[in-house]
Ligand binder design. Structure first.
Ligand code: AQP
Length: 339
């Protein structure tokens, strides 16, 4: 075996996914996707557009198909190199649905009932509280466990689901014998929860009805700056990070991520200046930061043949790994081998 292959095998495994429920927000980007590309050299990375998760909320089929392709192009535009990482569309690999069933039988009704995302989304969609919405975290556990991922880069909102994946993995291993790696969350120190600009007590979300609260990473610079100008702050008119200043704290975190400046440096930079100047500076810095992503996305989305080549190769590579895990899981639970 070559030295390069041995190194590849020794690297830890990373899995993460994103739903194609709309254009990614600055929250998705800062909390998750912007880290994905940076991890490619040090880990064996597997990234997925999790379209099966997206249908837990009613989707228009044509829109979902379009958003899935766009999301795939977007992760590449954000720096995922399909030659370094496995990048695929979840529904292309049927092992996810199969693992979902196996793990459903090792997950308790009570633990799923405690999931805050289920409670939030049931409130948001009271006319469609479907079983898939309830068992979403089991599908997610399967996504991770199929690839024996060591680390899962996610925003802080996914911490509870990851905890569940760990419990399910441990329970299965105890019941049937060692199979799954128990994964750890990889949560960024700054920007793990980007808040809505319109209501800084609420998470910035793709499906938020208030468009002003949400920066989409493909928004044009003038739109980004306009939204930041409207951001809800407080009446103190002093740029400082402090309890109770949710709006300013959020803007400072965003500014810190895109400029690399610390909170102390930001406070010094805006000493004696009003919120108006600060909001414009944040808007401009974010627009500049996202410019290369926007440009690369436009190039990629126009090249459907290239995208297809990448997601097909990605699904094949993903299946080569997950086929082994699902076969072992079937054997461990006692299913009869066909061969
Ligand atoms: N506001 C956020 N701040 C930091 N990280 C965030 N993430 C989402 N919102 C924020 C992280 O983005 C990754 C992909 O999320 P997802 O698409 O799988 O689902 P989500 O968490 O439900 O994201 P949205 O934007 O809120 O989607 P909708 O509106 O469809 O529910 C995850 O790692 C997540 O932590």
């Amino acid at each position: 075996m070559s030295e390069q292959n041995t190194q590849q095998e020794q690297k830890k495994i990373i899995f993460s996914g994103i739903q194609p429920t709309g254009t990614f927000t600055l929250g998705n980007y800062i909390g998750a996707v912007s880290h994905w590309g940076k991890l490619q050299d040090d880990y064996n990375c597997i990234y997925s557009i999790v379209d099966m998760h997206a249908i837990t909320v009613r989707q228009d089929p044509a829109e979902l198909r379009k958003h899935t392709l766009e999301a795939y192009a977007l992760i590449l535009a954000c720096g995922i190199d399909p030659k370094k990482s496995i990048a695929f569309i979840q529904s292309h690999n049927r092992h996810h649905a199969e693992m979902n069933w196996i793990l459903s039988c090792s997950t308790q009704f009570g633990e799923l009932s405690r999931m805050t995302q289920f409670k939030d989304k049931s409130q948001k969609h009271p006319d469609d509280i479907n079983a898939g919405l309830f068992t979403y975290p089991v599908l997610m556990a399967g996504d991770i466990l199929l690839y024996k991922a060591d680390l899962v880069p996610v925003g802080v909102d996914q911490k509870q689901h990851l905890e569940l994946a760990r419990n399910v993995a441990q329970r299965f291993n105890q019941r049937y014998g060692e199979l799954f790696t128990v994964p750890d969350a990889y949560i960024p120190k700054v920007g793990a929860k980007v808040m809505s600009l319109a209501d800084p007590t609420k998470k910035m979300s793709k499906s938020d009805e208030n468009q002003n609260g949400c920066i989409y990473i493909l928004d044009e610079p003038d739109v980004i700056i306009r939204k930041f100008k409207k951001a809800v702050t407080d009446s103190e008119a002093c740029v400082r990070y402090a309890e109770g200043k949710d709006g300013i704290n959020n803007l400072m975190s965003i500014y810190s991520v895109v400029t690399g400046k610390t909170n102390e440096e930001i406070e010094r930079e805006f000493e004696g200046k009003g919120y108006g100047d600060f909001k414009i500076a944040v808007g401009e810095a974010v627009a500049d930061h996202l410019k290369p992503v926007r440009e690369e996305y436009k190039r990629l989305i126009a090249d459907k043949a290239y995208l297809k080549e990448c997601y097909t190769a990605g699904a094949e590579a993903a299946m080569r790994i997950s086929a082994k895990t699902i076969a072992k899981a079937y054997r461990k639970v006692g299913f009869v081998d066909m061969k």
